[in-house]
Design a protein around this ligand. Structure first.
Ligand code: SAH
Ligand code: MG
Length: 950
């Protein structure tokens, strides 16, 4: 900020420092908290993770009984504290600088600036404001350059920053600059003339003709043009529509705008800040009806839209400012680049896109160029799999849009807390949160918590704070998860905040309790009063009330995959290559509005190559549901219910064609989708590329050995997925007669059923290894639940499954299997976390990395984003040994990939449990016998080869 001299220094010399004033008033009730900020975190460019550490900077937050402020960023802790105290005093209306003689300076500067703006010299300069003066001089008989004070207020940065120094309220209400401009002009008698009621300013004496000529000449021969703008009527009943502004190079465009608004002249028009992209000239123009807007005493915090009829809710929502009366949204004005009037046609589509851009998921959709199809993902898995704007950038854009302070992102390094002895405030804080995150119950050594957090993969946590322009804390997010990379922690924390804000914006009527509980789920705290105050303008409008996603997706059964699908046809041969969670799918698609009965179609959106990650909901659930059922090369015809009208209009080039269609009852949205390719998740690619035979094959072979040794007649595969183990077993001659698979993923089970069905039916005709199999069943159910049909099997396998459950569930599974199902042998495999360093060193995983990133670490902490944990050998040992001891099993450890004797052990670690005693034989029928919790998805029998319906 241009403060002209440093008030802080002046204050220190003459009166008390801000901090000592705060101390006098609040004593020990004032609590300062210093936060260290790594410079790299601040400067980090989107898409570029800087891991080199810059010098330490500091920010200070100050909590007083009634208010909370956060300072700017400073090199010294002391400066940050003084700044926080200064801000607090400012907010409390205590002015420590009142006796400061330099106060006079900004006034003089403002008067001087206004004088300069009406000088001969300024008229021919390249400044957006001089364009207005030149244009005004084109009016018949105007030789004075009569322009509205509002134009000066909004276009001259110096005027507005000086006004802010004079009166900090200007920060909250930019229209307050106008009275200051008028006041400054009033001091320039003999130079400029003002009209207090009209709010215009002009020269006292005409510009000399030669000055006018030379300034105007350059603009070439007279031209006139029609510019398309958007008319937003004040009354919500009237529709928003395109309006033509007939502008000519020999007139003043603001007069045209004024006429269009039914006003006599330009000085009655107020202009907003640019809306949308900071670089755009899109602004709202509206009548200066409300004199109170220009009163320093007006309270921006209360919502006049509720009390006064003249408030334009749609325009206010769009601009984030109070707008009164009808408004025009136009992209027109003078720039720094040329003396010509710059302009651009706006369409209804641009209006709807602006509206969309107010909402986090809307910003994401726009950044993907897929308004109907994309959706803000529920998870940031890896940088490599993310498409579109990054969460952090969306959050920054959101805050700017809504006139909030820049979000404060504070990545905390856990490793630092570990290495250094405790002491500073910051370190203690880090350790606290680490303990919390790992549920350390016995008051154990604080460092253990941090150590565990570090072992579980992460070294960074990031906190996010969002403050209003007046530095009220609105939202605070302290995620429990930790990440290896600082930038990942930043993106994930930002995403949490975005998801929550998005849920709120999609349903502004959401009861506060819901909002609270969703916030809790996302580790967010929000401060009701300041939150609702910050978004007061948004509440006056209910435009984005999506019928299909009212409560944020996590609460919402309506957005279950596939909801809203009317029909889905998949055509083309099954290539066997199908997407799974974590894989990247590339599709081509087109989305069309269709009225079948009238044979009408309008293309809304299409793409030849659209890549997205499966499983993170980065596309609408209907499209994801379709794609997960396809194989590469197949096409799908998906017919679904209409999305919200605002989306359609934002996607459509020509809203004129769409509106009549949309009002028809049998209007549907139809997608044609072709699955072009699938890139498997990193884990699968690594397992195939780095191990020969692939790791998955080695696991199957390992299981096979045990099957052979034990002469097992029947087998259960716990968490069988798409049946890769069961399918492979059919290629070998074994003693098996009955095979069973259980999984909770219905989709995978269907896939497994298809493969096993065709293989078993073909095989039983020929003389092939699997001839011995007489029965095969697939159950849909959770392996942590009980089903008596799984009791007493010879062998159980559970390959690469437990890490997909929460740790307590993994324990529960162990108890259920060993105490109820009691297989003679149980084989459990899971990734060895310690082996990850080797995988990360491989070329394959570094392809995933940002090329600018110098670190060796992988962008996600685990091999697969669906993993809830990955254990070290010690952790796995602990799990298996405890379970074995408790349930009378012996256990042996082994693995596949790498070697058990060489650090860091096998790539996949395996525990083989063997039952020591036969289970108690009890002839009386157990209650459990009756318990059938699982659903049969598919059943095959060698005698009748029948199968139950899927
Ligand atoms: N065993 C298979 C699949 C491993 S992927 C293979 O080696 O190829 C992990 C599988 O565990 C997924 O199919 C997932 O649906 C399943 N899973 C996760 N939690 C489960 C639970 N509680 N009950 C049953 N299956 C579960
Ligand atoms: Mg796994």
């Amino acid at each position: 900020m241009e403060t002209g001299g440093s008030p802080a220094v002046a204050v220190r010399n003459t009166v008390l420092t801000p901090k000592s004033i705060v101390y006098q008033k609040f004593g020990s009730k004032a609590s300062y908290e210093i936060e260290e900020i790594q410079e790299s975190a601040q400067n980090e460019c989107p898409g570029l993770a800087i891991t080199q550490k810059g010098p330490c900077l500091y920010r200070c937050s100050l909590q007083l009984p009634e208010i909370y402020v956060v300072s700017g960023i400073f090199k010294k802790k002391k400066e940050a504290e003084q700044n926080a105290a200064e801000l607090a005093l400012e907010k409390l209306g205590i002015n420590p600088t009142s006796s400061n003689p330099t106060q006079q300076d900004p006034w003089d500067a403002l008067v001087g600036r206004v004088k300069f703006l009406f000088s001969d010299e300024f008229l021919s300069s390249l400044h957006p404001l001089s364009g207005h003066l030149r244009a005004a001089l084109q009016r018949e008989g105007d030789l004075y350059g009569s322009i509205p004070a509002s134009v000066i207020a909004v276009l001259d940065a110096k005027v507005s920053s000086l006004s802010k120094v004079i009166d900090s309220k200007v920060e909250l209400n930019p229209y307050l600059v106008i009275p200051y401009v008028m006041k400054a002009a009033a001091q320039l008698s003999g130079i400029v003339i003002t009209s207090a009621e009209q709010h215009w300013i002009r020269r006292q004496n005409p510009y000399p003709p030669e000055i006018i000529d030379s300034a105007i000449e350059e603009s070439g021969s007279p031209r006139s043009f029609l510019i398309k703008a958007i008319y937003i009527p004040c009354s919500n009943e009237k529709t928003v529509d395109v309006v033509n502004l007939n502008v000519s190079s020999t007139g003043y465009y603001l007069d045209v705008v004024a006429n269009q608004l039914g006003l006599v002249e330009a000085s009655k028009v107020l202009i907003t800040r640019p809306i949308g992209k900071a670089s755009s000239e899109g602004r709202l123009y509206f009548p200066a009806l409300q004199a109170s807007l220009l009163e320093p005493s007006s309270d921006i915090g209360k919502n006049p839209c509720h009390s006064e009829g003249s408030c334009n809710a749609r325009a206010s929502y769009l601009s984030g400012e109070h707008i009164y009366g009808d408004a025009i949204f136009a992209s027109i004005g003078y720039t720094w680049k040329s003396k010509d009037l710059w302009h651009e046609d706006l369409s209804m589509q641009s209006y709807y896109r602006m509206l969309l851009g107010k909402v986090p998921s809307g910003v994401y959709k726009l950044s993907r160029g897929a308004i109907l199809t994309a959706d803000l993902p529920l998870a940031f898995t890896t940088r490599a799999n993310w498409r579109g704007s990054f969460p952090r950038d969306i959050l920054c854009a959101f805050c700017r849009q809504h006139h909030l302070s820049e979000p404060v992102l504070s990545p905390l390094s856990i490793s630092e807390a570990l290495c250094e002895p405790s002491g500073s405030h910051k370190k203690l804080k880090v350790i606290d949160s680490a303990v919390e995150g790992t549920h350390c119950v016995n008051g154990c050594a604080v460092a253990d918590g941090a150590k565990e957090a570090a072992e579980s993969g992460g070294m960074f946590r990031c906190e996010v704070k969002i403050n209003s322009k007046s530095q009220d804390l609105i939202i605070e997010c302290s995620p429990k998860e930790s990440y290896k990379k600082q930038s990942d922690s930043i993106q994930n924390a930002s995403l949490k905040v975005l998801l929550w804000l998005d849920a709120y914006f999609k349903n502004l009527d959401m009861p506060v309790e819901r909002l609270e509980s969703y916030a809790h789920e996302l580790d967010i705290k929000f401060y009701r009063q300041s939150f609702f105050k910050a978004f007061v303008l948004c509440q006056s409008i209910r435009m984005f009330q999506h019928s299909d996603s009212k409560e944020g997706r996590s609460h919402d059964s309506n957005s279950m995959p596939g909801h809203g699908i009317i029909s889905l046809d998949i055509v083309g041969p099954d290539s066997g290559v199908s997407p799974s969670n974590g894989s990247l799918s590339c599709i081509s698609y087109s989305a069309t509005l269709v009225i079948e009965s009238e044979k009408k179609r309008e293309l809304l959106e299409s793409s030849d190559e659209f890549e997205f990650e499966i499983g993170s909901r980065s596309v609408i659930s209907q499209v994801e549901a379709a794609v997960t059922q396809m194989t590469v090369g197949q096409s799908a015809f998906l017919c679904m219910n209409l999305p919200p009208q605002d989306f359609v209009l934002a996607a459509a080039d020509d809203s004129g064609n769409m509106l009549p269609l949309l009002s028809s009852k049998d209007c549907r949205l139809q997608y044609t989708i072709t699955l072009i390719r699938v890139t498997e998740p990193l884990e699968d690619r690594m397992e195939q590329a780095l191990f020969s035979p692939p790791l998955s094959k080695q696991r199957v072979e390992y299981a096979l050995q045990h099957i052979k040794q034990s002469c097992a007649a029947n087998l259960v595969d716990f968490g069988c997925g798409s049946g890769s183990l069961l399918d492979s077993l059919l290629n070998y001659q074994t003693s098996l007669e009955k095979i069973v698979g259980v999984d909770i993923s219905h989709k995978s089970l269907i896939r497994a059923a298809k493969t096993l069905h065709s293989k078993l039916n073909t095989n039983s005709d020929a003389d092939v290894p699997s001839k011995g199999i007489t029965s095969a069943i697939l159950y849909d159910g959770s392996i942590t639940g009980f089903d008596s049909r799984l009791c007493g099997f010879d062998i159980g396998t559970c390959l690469e499954v437990i890490e997909h459950m929460e740790e307590d569930q993994a324990w529960l599974f162990g108890h259920v299997v060993l105490s109820y199902f009691c297989p003679k042998v149980l084989i459990v495999s899971t990734p060895n976390y310690e082996y990850n360093v080797i995988l990360q060193r491989s070329n394959l995983s570094s392809q995933e990395e940002d090329p600018d990133d110098k670190t060796q670490s992988q962008s996600s902490k685990f091999r697969n984003h669906d993993h809830k944990f990955e254990w070290t050998r010690e952790q796995f040992n602990h799990w298996a040994t405890d379970l074995a001891t408790e349930h009378n099993y012996s256990v042996e450890f082994s693995g596949v990939g790498g070697s058990g004797d060489i650090e860091p052990g096998f790539a996949s670690q395996i525990a083989v449990f063997r039952r020591e005693t036969s289970p108690l034989v009890d002839d009386s029928p157990k209650v459990a016998d009756l318990e059938h919790q699982y659903n049969v998805v598919w059943e095959w029998d060698s005698n009748n080869r029948s199968c139950s319906a899927f």
